[in-house]
Design a protein around this ligand. Structure first.
Ligand code: MSP
Length: 507
């Protein structure tokens, strides 16, 4: 039986203003999910929308509609954005789904019945845009440490989750599973800033917020939006029914992929909740860095915001996907600029891959009418190219297992670079002048086509649109993982060459 792999993105706040930074988590998760599927894993890739909370209620009010009407309309924007980026999610959860609401209510009740949730009074500082409570010592210059905005003092009757009880168990979890929080810098931040100072019990209900999941045994309270949101990862699988087929098959999650600012919710509150529920904790929480513009956040108010679909329209899906996956070491912050996107596209996609593909296929047509077989007339240096192609599997597996997505792409594109170098060494246009070298010429073209084919098997994980185009021209059905090594006995009957990418002129 295939091994399972459950990967999630955070569920997004519904928005009309997604920017390229928002696409980061989802494009990365998509590449990981596609890579695992390629390898034969039974993948469940989940994303969705986080639709409750005061902020949404306020926006709906401004628009003169009910919160539900507001979210029903606006979540289409997320679905459309993911479609335009070729995101291959298996399940899209909405926190307004009936199954999710019932699941969250059951979770809350179970924790209350067993004493992990109790009633008390909350006095504290709340940041409405971030839906986060803060203590005085966590504020920076008296403001929310995440967004820098004003916090409000709030006093109200509230339910609390005994987070403090799980302090030692969390430390044990991190110690026993060194890869639970990655990259390591994030783990150190969490341990030093949150765990070591001592965890306080967490306020998990609000009476002042109306748009949320009601605590069914005390309906003047709604469930704190982060408890509601985090639970999505199991309610989608059928929890609280622990015998639900999806839950049995996919839980625990293999990776929760999240941005760095929400790592603490996923690596502290979430595993503590799961421990309280008596179910397995996820295997890994990976907190990636941010894409920034001019060293700062991307935002509409700063005027550096563009809808990602504008970049897709101008440069193509795969130029955007490639840039996001390749430009920045995965985990660190990185700079987004249109200029960098153009440079990357021209250097790697146009000059390296595009050029290689076009000239190889063109030569195959020019010299052999597109029909190529291996004539096995080898030179010593052919072996080095073929060996590199056959090493890809091991290298890419290592890189992807460590979520070094940018390095994996670097290795993959190194094959195309080596193919270009091989053309320069083999000089097919010189071979073509000599009838006696015809078999060598055909072998050279065969080696190139076969190397491109194998690399493209992997390229499907990162640039599915481009990979599809390449396979179509190669006219091959050997596209799956089982055909991931250099085979001497394929036969090519190529379709006409195409330009995979157009050079982008800098204005
Ligand atoms: N709703 C919460 C998550 C709840 S999960 C139980 C949330 N939503 S969000 O819409 O604000 O963010 C969604 C994802 O986009 C997060 O992973 C976040 O880190 C990511 N990004 C938003 N802006 C970003 C950048 N500028 N750069 C990279 N990723 C960033 O948080």
């Amino acid at each position: 039986m295939n091994k399972k792999f459950y990967i999630t993105t955070p569920i997004y706040y519904p928005s009309a203003n997604f920017h390229i930074g928002h696409c980061y988590t989802t494009i990365a998760a998509d590449a990981i999910a596609r890579f695992k599927r390629l390898e034969g894993f039974d993948v469940f890739f989940q994303t969705g929308t986080d639709e409750h909370g005061a902020k949404i209620a306020q926006k709906a009010n401004e628009a003169g509609v009910t919160p539900k009407e507001y979210v029903d309309k606006i979540i289409e924007n997320a679905k459309d954005l993911w479609a335009s980026l070729d995101i291959s999610y298996d399940y899209f959860i909405r926190t307004t789904d009936e199954q999710h609401i019932k699941g969250v209510q059951a979770i809350f009740k179970k924790l209350y019945d067993q004493g992990d949730i109790y009633k008390g009074e909350y006095k504290g500082l709340y940041c409405t845009p971030c839906e986060s409570f803060w203590t005085n010592s966590q504020l920076i210059d008296g403001k929310c440490p995440d967004c820098g905005r004003e916090v409000k003092e709030v006093t109200e009757e509230a339910y609390f989750f005994r987070l403090s009880k799980y302090q030692d168990k969390l430390i044990e979890l991190y110690d026993k599973n060194p890869n639970f929080i990655l990259p390591l810098t994030r783990k150190n931040e969490l341990v030093n800033n949150f765990i070591k100072p001592g965890l306080e019990d967490l306020c998990v209900s609000r009476t002042s917020v109306k748009w949320g999941i009601l605590v069914d045994f005390d309906p003047s309270h709604v469930v704190y939006v982060w408890i509601d949101a985090l639970s999505n990862y199991i309610t989608s699988l059928g929890y609280p029914d622990e015998d639900a087929p999806l839950f049995k098959k996919y839980w625990p999650a293999d990776i929760h992929l999240v941005g760095k600012e929400i790592t603490r919710f996923h690596a502290i509150i979430w595993p503590a909740l799961l421990m309280a529920l008596g179910i397995d904790t996820p295997k890994q929480v990976f907190g990636h860095g941010w894409l920034v513009i001019n060293g700062g956040k991307i935002s509409k108010s700063l005027g550096n915001y563009k809808d990602p679909r504008e970049y897709i329209d101008v440069y193509g899906i795969d130029a955007v996907r490639y840039f996001v996956l390749r430009e920045v070491p995965f985990g660190a912050d990185g700079t987004f600029s249109e200029e960098a996107l153009i440079n990357r596209t021209n250097a790697d996609l146009v000059n390296n891959l595009g050029n290689l593909f076009n000239r190889t296929v063109s030569m195959a047509h020019k010299y052999f009418n597109g029909k190529i077989e291996n004539k096995d007339v080898l030179e010593d240096y052919d072996k080095s190219l073929i060996d590199s192609v056959n090493d890809l599997d091991k290298i890419l597996n290592e890189k992807m297992d460590g979520l070094k997505i940018n390095e994996a792409l670097e290795e993959l594109f190194d094959i195309f670079r080596k193919c270009n170098k091989y053309i320069d060494e083999a000089t097919p246009w010189v071979l073509a002048k000599d009838e006696e070298k015809k078999d060598r010429l055909e072998t050279v073209l065969y080696n190139l086509l076969e190397s491109i084919r194998v690399a493209t098997v992997y390229l499907q994980a990162y640039l599915p649109d481009t990979a599809g185009k390449i396979f179509k021209v190669l006219n091959t059905d050997k596209t799956s993982y089982e055909f991931n090594t250099f085979n001497k006995d394929n036969k090519y009957n190529l379709n006409e060459p195409i330009h995979l990418f157009d050079r982008i002129e800098v204005k």
